[in-house]
Design a protein around this ligand. Sequence first.
Ligand code: UD1
Length: 424
Amino acid sequence: MEAFRIVGGARLAGEVRVTGAKNSVLKLMAAALLAEGTTVLHEVPHILDVEYMAELLRRLGCVVVHDVPTRTVSITVPEVPFHKADYDLVRKLRASINVLGPLLARCGEADVALPGGDAIGSRGLDMHVAGLERLGATVRSEHGFLIATRAERLHGATVWLDFPSVGATENLLMASVLAKGTTVIDNAAREPEIVDVCGLLLSMGAQIDGVGTSTLEIEGVESLAPAEHTTVPDRLVAGTWAVAATMTRGDVTVRNARADHLEIALDKLVRAGALVDELDDGIRVRCYDRPRAVDVVTLPYPGFPTDLQPQFIALNSIARGAAMVTENLFEARFRFVNEMVRLGADVRTDGHHAMVRGKQSLSGAPVEAADIRAGAGLVLAGLVADGVTMVFEPHHVDRGYEGFVADLVRLGADVARVSVNELA
Ligand code: UD1
């Protein structure tokens, strides 16, 4: 059994650099399926989810080479990829569902195992399915697989999403770039990672208007060509460092971070008392006093990101005053609050609201990470807790944070990854 062992009390100071975004690169890798030949991606993080996606693409017949030192992944896609994504990989990587659109467009069929619920909620696929059906696909669920087929080429259509779902927008985008005619995706998600996927698709020869807006208009083309692309920096990892700097009253420069992708979160930190400087190639976040509690309401981009919600609960738990945190995307994301309470935090939830009353200090304890961001939030809490905090199930954090422990140590934290004898 492994854990992060954190001795609280250190002030984080120094520099870190973020790589490309996990939530973008997984989709960029899926998008490579849309063209025969070799697509090359740069700034690819060395994290578990990338390895899972590489393995999935290999099973679909691609040759995937991940050159870790240069952060480059090259994906060579055959003329006709296989079209089946099995449960053993899909259960590890929910983003596997992103091969649905490209495989359907390229192969005429996609059999993708249904992902189980993540630890953060049920995460439906209804909008993916309804959208693909509007483009002419037939979709059925059989023996744990979602099976999408098309008789002929997909055809353009207008799709109105009930909610700006990131995954559904991406799947429909990737299916429609090779469809016949014009597709309009209305109420589309407009996260920076979607803009990034559009960037790769445009380089491959796709025709997309309205990039970065909530109405995407796609004129389908006959075929796409492989391309080379640099992944957008990870705003969620950058945001995690910014919160860590504020909580520890530290001074951290995050290189390669894009302040324009973190506007609401950085504004919250300024209101909490941090000083935020936008640099040419990143951000510097400093805090000299105990932070003030700040209200947070998660919403699709450009609203406050749900993936920074646990980190802000951690911040509020040691802040001056009280704040309300409202979670509008994933109902189970507050499960991690129970672990925060183990650390002495005063947090009460009621439905999708959490009232956090800041305390002078937290008290180190063993806790468990249920998902990537909950894990990050608990590590941040451990940094300011008295004594030793053990965060178990650290593999969740590995899914999204490259070299997390090494970066924390470089910034002055007393953190190590340890193996723990279960019976000890
Ligand atoms: C992506 C991100 C995740 C982030 C989330 C919201 C990746 C790999 N993951 O997840 O880190 O927290 O965006 O920013 O990029 N929904 C439905 N039906 C659907 C689709 C979605 O009900 O067909 C619901 C989900 O259950 C959830 C909400 O819509 O409550 C948001 O989901 P979505 O935006 O699709 O998130 P993901 O793409 O799964």
